[in-house]
Design a protein around this ligand. Structure first.
Ligand code: NAP
Length: 296
């Protein structure tokens, strides 16, 4: 991944298109994957990026290659009491944040019966509570300024499901619901909220970042072993290109009226469309029973 930063850093400032509408981004988890790709694209487009990372080496790396407009901050998003002070510090030191991207997150994989509740708690602490803490830290200033864009990286797994990722899907369904609700609450103030739901992309998600519960119950072998193996085999060769996702997000932040949800990737489009069509068909099939509970 280093070459990509070289590409950004190697371009002379004169070659970097300094946009009249240069924005300040706050992105969680810029050490790899989507966060890194979005940060690179935003920097190359002339924006300022405050990027959070979890260790000092990643912080140095981010700032060194960032054209003087990359500001690293160390944050584990589960340190909930550090989030609001960090938001206040960057607003004071660097300036008003225009775009917040809740990207930090990971996937837990495991059959529900085999996966301890602590694994679920950790999954929700990072993917849900961490993201909400970041939203809550920036909502007051954005509401008062009457502008801003909060972007939550959810997943197609925030709408579709499959065996072996119950805790992950649960966390992304939760983030989708929270994001959509907040979009309605913030709209009167001119603050946009978008859930960006990617399909499968070439990041570290299914590699070093994934937390996998150990197999224990042979009854699930036939269902789950092929799914686990396929995910391992596909890691690094998924359909989606994070650099193209980053360009789509740069387009998203320029829209006059950004959507409440944006799918990324044709796999996400196909699978989510099929899920919603099946949901509508199920609603039609059981409509009589559904309506049977209304009072006179
Ligand atoms: P990735 O390459 O593994 O990147 C994950 C990033 O999140 C890393 O920077 C990581 O930091 C950071 N992070 C993880 N836990 C954190 C915590 N507790 N506090 C702060 N930072 C933390 O994977 P990715 O695919 O880019 O993931 C980014 C987001 O996209 C996640 O929310 C993921 O669920 C979502 N997503 C991914 C896909 C996909 O196919 N790749 C699809 C749909 C949604 P470290 O380097 O310190 O670990």
């Amino acid at each position: 991944m280093a070459e990509q930063w070289e590409w950004a850093a190697g371009a002379s400032p004169a070659k970097i298109r300094r946009m009249d509408n240069a924005k300040t981004f706050f992105i969680t988890g810029v050490s790899s994957g989507f966060g890194r790709a979005i940060a690179e694209a935003a920097l190359a487009a002339g924006h300022t990026v405050i990027g959070t990372v979890r260790d000092a080496r990643a912080a140095d790396d981010f700032e060194r290659r960032g054209l003087g407009r990359a500001h690293a901050r160390q944050l584990d998003v589960t340190a909930l009491d550090q989030v609001a002070p960090l938001a206040a510090e960057v607003e004071a030191q660097i300036g008003p944040v225009d775009v917040v991207i809740n990207n930090a997150g990971y996937g837990h994989e495991g059959i529900l019966e085999e996966s301890p509740l602590d694994a679920m708690r950790r999954q929700f602490e990072v993917n849900v509570f961490g993201a909400v803490a970041v939203m809550k830290a920036f909502v007051p200033v954005m509401r008062q300024r009457r502008r801003g864009h909060l972007i939550n990286i959810t997943s197609m797994g925030g709408t579709i499901t499959m065996p072996g990722i119950a805790y992950y899907c649960g966390s992304k369904f939760a983030l989708e619901g929270i994001s959509e609700t907040l979009a309605q609450e913030m709209k009167p103030f001119g603050v946009w909220v978008t859930a960006v739901a990617p399909g499968s992309f070439r990041t570290d998600w299914a590699g070093r970042s994934m937390v996998r519960s150990e197999r224990a119950i042979a009854d699930y072998d036939a269902l789950f072993d092929p799914i686990r193996q396929a995910r391992i085999d596909k890691s690094g060769r998924q359909l989606g290109d994070p650099a193209k996702a980053a360009q789509a997000i740069l387009t998203l932040v320029e829209l006059a009226e950004p959507p409440e949800q944006l799918l990324l990737g044709s796999d996400a489009l196909t699978l989510v469309r099929a899920k919603l069509e099946a949901r509508l068909a199920g609603m039609a099939r059981w409509e009589g029973l559904t309506r049977s509970t209304d009072g006179d």
